[in-house]
Design a protein. Structure first.
Length: 193
């Protein structure tokens, strides 16, 4: 119970801090710019959700994945550690909001309510197909990206209550239905905030 409360508080603090940061060229909070119209008093408007990543058995992956709706798109910010230095990893939303199994298989398959093929963001793809994670020389990721299709609002393409998975290998974006990304090395359940 205490661990769950601590993780929730950590996630809420991270979301608050992340929402107060202005992207390059945005100017001070509340000003016009790429995100200025969505800022008021330093806080972003719109739905938000977060997943706290924990490692699957035998792995060291930890981090936060934060989601924020903006202008009909979903912004995502992944801050992850415990990866191999200078590595690339498949990254997906899976259909079940569970990380209970030691190998992450309790999260089910890729989230694909529309029945589309697996692929990159610029082609037909699962709602749960996310851009690849690219770790730096310290095995860390601090990556932001925009998604089209998924939402945080209740409905068939909502990511809330699903799991986000970091895979051991890069995604080839062609092998169906998984992208040949290897084992699941990190898992987190996406919760609305």
């Amino acid at each position: 119970m205490l661990r769950t409360f601590s993780l929730s508080m950590l996630a809420l603090a991270a979301l608050t801090l992340a929402s107060c940061a202005s992207p390059p060229g945005a100017g001070p909070a509340g000003s016009a710019g790429p995100m200025g119209e969505h800022m008021h008093g330093g806080m972003m408007k719109g739905r938000m959700a977060v997943a706290s990543l924990t490692p699957t058995q035998g792995n060291n992956v930890r981090g936060l994945v934060m989601f924020h709706e903006m202008d009909g798109h979903l912004m995502a910010h992944a801050r992850i550690s415990g990866l191999k230095p200078d590595s690339e990893h498949g990254f997906h939303v899976h259909e079940v909001g569970s990380c209970a199994s030691p190998d992450g298989t309790s999260a089910g398959g890729h989230f694909n309510p529309d029945g589309k093929p697996h692929g990159p963001q610029n082609a037909a793809h699962h709602v749960g197909d996310l851009p690849a994670l690219k770790a730096d020389a310290k095995g860390e990721v601090d990556q932001k990206f925009m998604l089209t299709g998924p939402t945080l609002a209740a409905g068939p393409v909502s990511l809330v209550g699903r799991s986000v998975i970091v895979h051991a290998q890069p995604d080839d974006y062609t092998t169906q239905p998984t992208g040949n990304s290897g084992g699941r090395i990190g898992c987190g359940v996406i919760a609305a905030h």
